[in-house]
Ligand binder design. Structure first.
Ligand SMILES: [Zn+2]
Length: 244
């Protein structure tokens, strides 16, 4: 099961070997508002790692499609494993090892939905098993508060980076905050980490209500317009056009 190093190409040891030759692994967290290209970046990181001969596992959450995947708006997609709040990611990785698969790195999309305990499990994989972890998630919820998973990643990650692709508010300034818009009006109260409600973060432009009563959508705003609750005149939804 131990792969032989190709000539002249730096050899990345298999998981078992890496424990004997510990190379420092890292927990890296990329965060930003909706639409900032997190999933695209996740897939690019995965591609770069695979090109180096490394083996990874992709994880996501809140994918109700039945065939979980990480997909990006620019058309890339790759199958992923669905995790939920009860998943022990250490066991998930050990299962891969037990099946004879290398796991050099993990790509974790929708990392804002992780529990604090799961972030700690990821850190343990980094420190004890030398698995690199690249997590990608939203910074804040629609109340402008850190998601629990995001908060724990801020606390524990070796490296925290704001995704550099800027999302623009309707006014042209960089958008930082995710507003929840129900029936054409911004709301600041309500369930936050209800997966059925916030899961469509991967396709936040879509109407995304758990119930079909009032259409719910999300819009990225700059801080000033978030505070003022001003959604602008951008025709981002059917109700918006009528406001003009
Ligand atoms: Zn603005």
């Amino acid at each position: 099961m131990t792969p032989s190093p190709p000539n002249g190409i730096p050899f990345v040891p298999a998981a078992g070997d890496r424990r004997r030759h510990p190379a420092p692994a890292h927990l890296v967290f990329f965060h930003g508002p909706m639409d900032c290209g997190k999933s695209t970046l996740a897939l690019q990181v995965d591609h770069n790692q695979r090109r180096q001969g490394r083996h990874g596992v992709l994880l996501t959450q809140g994918d109700r499609s039945g065939s979980p995947q990480i997909s990006s708006r620019v058309g890339l997609r790759r199958a992923a494993l669905e995790v939920d709040a009860g998943t022990d990611v250490r066991l998930l990785v050990r299962d891969h090892w037990a099946a004879g698969h290398r796991v050099d790195y993990l790509i974790v999309d929708e990392a804002q939905f992780l529990t604090g305990a799961q972030v700690e499990q990821l850190a343990e994989l980094v420190d004890e098993s030398h698995v690199d972890v690249y997590a990608f998630g939203l910074t804040t919820d629609f109340r402008a508060r850190l998601f629990p998973g995001t908060q724990r990643l801020f606390e524990l990650a070796d490296d925290v980076q704001r995704v550099q692709v800027q999302v623009l508010c309707w006014c042209g300034l960089p958008g930082l905050l995710n507003a929840r818009v129900v029936g054409g009006a911004m709301v600041r109260e309500g369930a936050t980490v209800v997966v059925a409600d916030t899961a469509p973060a991967s396709s936040p432009d879509d109407v995304a209500g758990p119930a079909d009563d009032a259409p719910v959508r999300y819009q990225v705003l700059c801080r000033r317009h978030y505070v003022r609750g001003e959604l602008g005149r951008a025709p981002t939804g059917p109700g918006q056009l009528a406001l003009r």
